[in-house]
Design a protein around this ligand. Sequence first.
Ligand SMILES: [Zn+2]
Length: 104
Amino acid sequence: MEIGRAGESDIQIRWSDGKIVIYPARFLRLACPCAVCVDETTGRRILVVASVPPDVRPLAIEPVGRYAISIRWSDGHSTGIYTWEWLYQLAGELPKQETQPPEK
Ligand SMILES: [Zn+2]
C-alpha cells in the first residue's frame, strides 16, 4: 500500500489491488479506534464529535510495523492505531464521492 496526502488535509491510500481511496481527514479522526475514543468494553464511541475541530488534519503519519499506521492529529490526538485491514473495511463506509476508480 502507498499512503499519501490528498489536498490540504485528506489522506489517500493506494491499495495493492489498485483501488485508490481518499479518506477525509475529519472523518478519519472521528473514526479513531483507540481506547480514548472508543470504550474498550462496550465498543461504544465516546469521542465527543464537537471536540474535534472542523479543520483537523494529520500532522504526521507513521508506520506501525507492517500492519498499521499511527496518525498524529492537529488537535493533539495521537494514540490511534489504524490497521490496514481496518482502513480497507472503512473504505466501504465512506460517502460515495470520496472513492475513486483505479487509475488506468
Ligand atoms: Zn483516538
